[in-house]
Design a protein around this ligand. Structure first.
Ligand SMILES: NCc1[nH]cc(CCC(=O)O)c1CC(=O)O
Length: 310
């Protein structure tokens, strides 16, 4: 049995909060164990001047951490599930996902109370094609401008007056103590969240029975089933987190409902589907939503984006 557990994490404030949170949970559950963090820099942390969609590449925020785990430098890694590719590298698996925090996107602004209050042509900052496409679908007049950097940097840019509003994941804002900056949680009818948004995932070496059983106390069944459905959707539509797709699954006892959208980059086309069925078919429901949307024109949208992506 290991006495010391090393958690690999990125060094952004959000990543550190998340890794510390899991470290604390483990320390409380197993007071006899030492839990340490090891900071790892990923490509996504280094390349800050390029829109995410242009850097592309799977595992932009996870690859270097996964390498450290395969080299036994760390035991487990804590990630936002949203940042994890659907296909994990050989030798690594999802050990557990934790209870979901707020899954939705938040409207943050100094001047305006709500998304609906934005004047014509307002400047909205977000680097996510998913948010951009859905917001433009509702409000084609808006100027959606690129906004990259970690949560703290993005809030600073808003304060400097570069934007009328910015959109960030509510979960990240709340974790970092910025919940009071949220003017409005965007309803899912306006902006469906990203795969896994609000869920923390712990990755471990496949077959590391000790870590898997040690972490079981963090497992949340509802989040796990939602993650299965949402990740099945994403693996079918492909393209990772930087394509204009949103998907959100919720469980209610034995029933799972998954809602999904695929949109064109300019928001003019937006395809929506909703599937409901038994929780035991979470994966099938996610896949079914993907197949339907691809059939109904989603495939053409994805192909067009593929061409645009030089
Ligand atoms: N891509 C960055 C990222 N990854 C996870 C979160 C928020 C936390 C979460 O969704 O669990 C964020 C920030 C954001 O999108 O505003």
């Amino acid at each position: 049995m290991k006495n010391k557990i090393i958690i690999g994490t990125r060094s952004s404030k959000l990543a550190l909060w998340q890794a510390e949170y899991i470290a604390d949970c483990i320390r409380q559950k197993y007071p006899e164990k030492t839990v340490e963090l090891l900071h790892v820099t990923t490509k996504g942390d280094k390349v800050l001047d390029v829109p995410l969609a242009k850097i592309g590449g799977k595992g932009l925020f996870t690859k270097e951490i996964e390498t450290a785990m395969l080299e036994n430098k760390i035991d487990i890694a804590v990630h936002s599930l949203k940042d994890m590719p659907t296909q994990l590298p050989d030798g690594l698996s999802l050990a557990v996902v934790t209870k979901r925090a707020d899954p939705y996107d938040a409207f943050v602004s100094i001047k305006y109370d709500s998304f609906a209050a934005l004047p014509k042509g307002a400047k909205v900052g977000t680097s996510s094609l998913r948010r951009k496409a859905q917001l433009l679908h509702a409000r084609p007049d808006l100027q959606i401008q690129n906004l990259r950097g970690n949560v703290n940097t993005r809030l600073e840019k808003l304060e400097q007056g570069q934007f009328d509003a910015i959109i960030l994941a509510a979960a990240g804002l709340k974790r970092l103590g910025f919940g009071a900056r949220i003017r409005e949680i965007l309803p899912k009818s306006l902006c469906l969240p990203a795969v896994g948004q609000g869920i923390l995932a712990i990755e471990a070496r496949t077959g590391d029975k000790e870590m898997f059983s040690l972490l079981q106390f963090l497992h949340d069944e509802g989040a796990w089933q939602a993650a299965l459905a949402e990740r099945a959707f994403l693996s079918r539509v492909e393209g990772g987190c930087q394509v204009p797709v949103g998907v959100h699954a919720v469980t209610d006892k034995d029933v799972l409902t998954v809602e999904a959208v695929i949109a064109s980059l300019d928001g003019t086309q937006l395809l929506y589907d909703k599937e409901t069925g038994p929780v035991s078919s979470a994966t099938e429901l996610g896949r079914k939503a993907a197949e339907k949307l691809l059939d109904e024109g989603g495939l053409a949208i994805m192909q067009e984006i593929g061409l645009l992506k030089d």
